[in-house]
Ligand binder design. Structure first.
Ligand code: SAH
Ligand code: SF4
Length: 348
């Protein structure tokens, strides 16, 4: 649906009472166009080694307090077997950003191995940052089909408040990579962080229009959560309270569902961190994807993009039960055994 910038700004400025109407509208649009299934992506955070220095991120290269790891292929295959046992048909592999031949071929090999362990393969999302056209092409050929590369902010000025202004953190390159992903045949996902210092509802309205203009297939967006060992922590006094960041995230999800009725929208882990009911609210008002973290326990805490990341309980069966409860509380059914590709992509 086409919605003007002033209307979006008004919706994003709604208080909790006013937002009810917006939420109901988004919910109806989701049910009509997407249905009532929530799809799973088993999330494996396979390495926190990163060559970049994003100002907000706890695993940035310069953070000497971060203990670096990379999972072995065996560990990752073990996680994938867990996904298989729980009838998740899709995986999401996420890592810090490295651009090297070794990294490119490692991910390519990994995708190939993962595709072989499930009959019909997995729906694989990669989120491994900015890469060359050849690398995107290779990973796509090996069978991964979705890529998540957040623009973080579509306003250039704000982007450079969140990143060092140097060749490694170039706004145009990030944008160019999103276009390369489209060109090389991926279901393309992007997104932003909500509630970063200096951000306004005008910026957020522009982010929504940006996502609609470039016609994305998927979106992952969540609240910004501060991390002490990062430069952006010095601006913590400017932050909205956490409850406000969570509420704004739900409003953003609802607005995006109204703008783009047939894309996949994730209820993210960061949202669950900022509000225990965050994921259920997101699924109620527009989101249709949930990404259970299946990174092996020993490493899960080291992938600390932000602080207070939820710890998953020791028992995975309890974990699945709690996810099902969240999904049903939102009025949805768990979508086991299916990829849950972006309907928008299917129509291209
Ligand atoms: N390195 C890749 C993928 C891993 S980071 C990349 O940057 O694209 C995945 C996402 O985590 C980032 O896009 C960012 O939006 C989010 N993130 C990082 N630090 C965060 C923080 N402090 N609070 C909330 N989200 C954060
Ligand atoms: Fe690295 Fe991604 Fe964190 Fe930036 S957001 S420092 S690229 S892991």
């Amino acid at each position: 649906m086409q919605v003007g910038r002033p209307q979006l700004i008004e919706w994003l400025s709604y208080d909790r009472k006013q937002a009810k109407e917006l939420f109901e509208k988004a919910r109806a649009i989701k049910h009509k166009n997407i249905g009532r299934k929530t799809f799973f992506r088993g999330l494996v955070e396979f390495s926190n080694i990163c060559a970049k220095d994003c100002n907000y991120c706890g695993i940035r290269k310069s953070n000497k307090n971060s203990h670096r790891y990379k999972l072995s292929d065996e560990d990752i295959l073990e996680s994938a077997k867990y996904a298989l046992d729980n009838n998740f048909a899709s995986l999401a592999l996420q890592s810090g950003e490295l651009e090297s031949r070794a990294f490119t071929s490692r991910v390519a090999g990994l995708v190939e191995k993962l595709m072989a362990i499930r009959e019909g393969g997995f729906g694989i999302t990669l989120s491994c940052g900015e890469q060359s056209e050849e690398t995107y092409r290779l990973w796509r050929e090996k069978g991964a089909s979705r890529y998540l590369l957040r623009i973080e902010s579509s306003t250039k000025d704000l982007y450079y408040q969140l990143h060092p202004n140097d060749a490694k953190h170039n706004f145009e390159r990030r944008l160019g990579c999103i276009h390369l992903l489209r060109k090389t045949g991926w279901q393309v996902g992007t997104g932003i962080m909500i509630g970063v210092p200096g951000q306004t509802v005008e910026h957020l309205a522009d982010d929504l229009l940006f996502m609609q203009n470039i016609d994305i297939d998927m979106c992952g967006m969540g609240p910004y959560i501060e991390h002490t060992d990062t430069p952006l922590y010095t601006r913590r006094n400017e932050l909205w309270p956490m409850a406000e960041r969570s509420f704004m995230t739900i409003k953003m999800i609802a607005c995006l569902r109204i703008l783009m009725e047939d894309i996949n929208i994730a209820a993210t882990t960061a949202l669950q961190t900022s509000d225990p009911l965050g994921r259920t609210k997101a699924l109620s008002y527009g989101a249709n994807i949930i990404m259970p973290n299946i990174t092996p326990g020993a490493y899960r805490d080291e992938y600390a993009l932000y602080q207070n990341k939820p710890k998953t309980s020791d028992s995975f069966s309890d974990y699945i039960d709690s996810l099902e409860t969240e999904i049903r509380a939102a009025g949805d059914e768990p979508g086991y055994g299916v990829f849950g590709d972006s309907p928008r992509f299917g129509k291209r």
